[in-house]
Write a protein that binds this ligand. Structure first.
Ligand SMILES: C[S@@+](CC[C@H](N)C(=O)[O-])C[C@H]1O[C@@H](n2cnc3c(N)ncnc32)[C@H](O)[C@@H]1O
Length: 509
């Protein structure tokens, strides 16, 4: 598919955007028409959606052409979209004559709303548009932005205003550029965005999408990972690189070497040269736990000598053994053989989730955190985690807790363990757990199940300690500092909460 150079058609693209918006080709209207609560749940007609009626208005036909990738007669297109609408779509390269049938038109590229944007990407098997027999995607096909994977990526996009005014932003492995464009569209808050990708085709689509959306504070760069932006530094880098384990590279947007980590490794290794102080790298994808080397330690190793300058956060959405992961990744009969070879090379598990690497500002300790998220935990939960982990490093943060009044959070589960010893069942400890925003289980000594309820939001931590000692729940002589340390760990785990620093409600994001 060929799109005209985006700059050359800038005026026409502005007109096209107005035409599409007037037709109601925006997220709320399209979702309403399709009765979906999110367009990420969209399925094309060939992908299994059942549609009742043929398109009978502008919006219906735009969905039919550009989201379902189905053809329509030129006369019908002109009747519903108007001659000017058809002209604009042809001029933009979005519509093309159907092969061997010039009186029929079809999409040369898919187009759909994502948040406030309109995004174009390549046609595919489920929505073939003007390439009905070209089912096999080209190796440099532009990855669609309405997939479950992109939904996960966009959900955790950091807030660029956290980086201060005029933040410099990079979307690495940008594809359509959807993430970088969403960040850059926060006009007045983002200085400049760069959309970088390896392929010319992606760079072209990203440029087209920027122009179509009238986003003028981004530029497009082409190259192998950081080579596209050599010598540049950024306050926020977001990346959704390829991460599917593959013996051979066939699809550039997907395949990432035997363990699926090739691109992630390159992204993380380059971070120290490209992040400003306070700069944040957010990667969404898959990495591996190796025997004795969990992913968070491996991310540190990838950062190299500079790792002492960085906080590292791993937030897990899904954790699978190589066999489980590969059987779900379409490796077919080969899955077992490949899983065995990965296991033999030391791969213990595939970790799918959100990886955050942030350069510290000024001299302080750094943190390494690994959490399993609840499905309902949104981006705000991640922000809370980063903020509170770093705040906890402040001098006196622990001691200050002695004068604050934490409370045990709703939903916390306490399992008391008893063991038969010398003829009687003895309380050997307890496991305290919470499901949201992160799934955490902490093993505590026997008395904890009794003293935890003393954290009722009205008693200072120091009073909890005194009371617990008095009632024989906490060993006499426990140093207040040590007790404050335990309290802090329980707050960071989301088991206790303190006013002003409680985790956000689940679903917020
Ligand atoms: C899974 S797609 C994600 C695209 C987009 N960020 C999104 O979320 O929709 C991965 C992208 O990485 C790009 N890519 C693959 N290898 C690359 C490399 N070595 N350097 C830069 N980009 C690369 C592909 O062209 C593709 O656009």
């Amino acid at each position: 598919m060929t799109l005209p150079p985006p700059k050359a058609g800038f005026e026409d693209l502005a007109q096209l955007r107005r035409f599409l918006v007037d037709a109601g080709f925006r997220e709320p209207e399209v979702a309403g028409r399709l009765a979906l609560s999110s367009l990420f749940d969209f399925r094309t007609l060939r992908g299994g959606r059942t549609s009742t009626a043929p398109p009978s208005d502008r919006l219906g036909l735009l969905i039919h052409l550009f989201m379902d990738g189905e053809p329509t007669a030129q006369g019908e297109a002109e009747r519903l979209l108007g001659e000017e609408g058809v002209r604009l779509l042809l001029a933009a390269g979005l519509l093309a004559p159907y092969p061997h049938d010039a009186a029929t038109l079809a999409a040369a590229a898919l187009l759909y709303p994502v948040g406030p944007l309109l995004i174009a990407s390549d046609v595919n098997e489920q929505a073939p548009g003007a390439s009905p027999d070209g089912g096999a995607l080209q190796s440099d096909a532009v990855y669609p932005a309405l997939t479950g994977a992109v939904r996960g990526f966009l959900r955790d996009l950091p807030d660029p205003t956290e980086m201060g005014p005029d933040a410099r932003i990079l979307d690495l492995c940008a594809g359509t550029g959807v993430a970088g464009l969403l960040l850059a569209s926060r006009a007045g808050e983002v200085g400049e965005g760069v959309l970088a990708d390896l392929t010319e085709r992606c760079a072209h689509f990203a440029g087209f999408n920027a122009a179509l959306n009238g986003t003028d504070n981004v530029r497009v760069a082409r190259g192998d990972l950081w080579a596209a932006v050599s010598g540049e530094r950024f306050d926020l880098v977001v990346a959704h690189p390829p991460y599917v384990p593959a013996d051979t590279d066939r699809m550039i947007f997907r395949d990432a070497g035997a363990d699926g980590e090739r691109l992630l490794r390159g992204v993380v290794e380059g971070a120290p040269d490209h992040l400003t102080p306070g700069g944040l790298l957010y990667v969404r994808g898959t990495a591996v736990d190796r025997v004795g080397h969990p992913v968070e330690a491996r991310l540190r190793a990838m950062l190299g000598e500079a790792h002492g300058d960085f906080d590292v956060f791993v937030v897990i959405s899904d954790l699978r053994s190589p066999a489980e992961y590969l059987s779900g990744a379409g490796a077919g009969d080969d899955a077992l053989r490949r899983a065995r070879s990965l296991r033999d090379s030391g791969v213990a598990a595939f970790v799918h989730g959100t990886f955050l690497v942030q350069r510290r500002e000024g001299a302080r300790e750094v943190v390494t955190v690994r959490r399993v998220r609840a499905p309902t935990a949104g981006r705000q939960a991640l922000d809370w985690m980063r903020r509170s982990e770093v705040k906890a490093l402040r001098p006196h943060a622990r001691r200050a807790l002695l004068r604050r009044s934490p409370r045990l959070r709703d939903g916390v589960e306490v399992q008391v363990q008893y063991r038969m010893e010398e003829g009687e069942l003895r309380n050997r400890g307890c496991r305290v757990g919470v499901d949201a925003p992160f799934r955490v289980a902490v093993d505590l000594p026997a008395g904890a199940s009794r003293f935890l309820p003393l954290f009722n939001g009205r008693r200072h931590t120091l009073r909890v300690l005194e009371e617990g000692v008095k009632r024989g729940m906490i060993p006499t002589g426990t140093p207040p500092d040590e007790f404050a340390g335990l309290t802090q760990a329980l707050i960071l785990a989301g088991i206790l909460e303190v006013d002003g620093s409680a985790p956000p409600p689940t679903g917020a994001g």
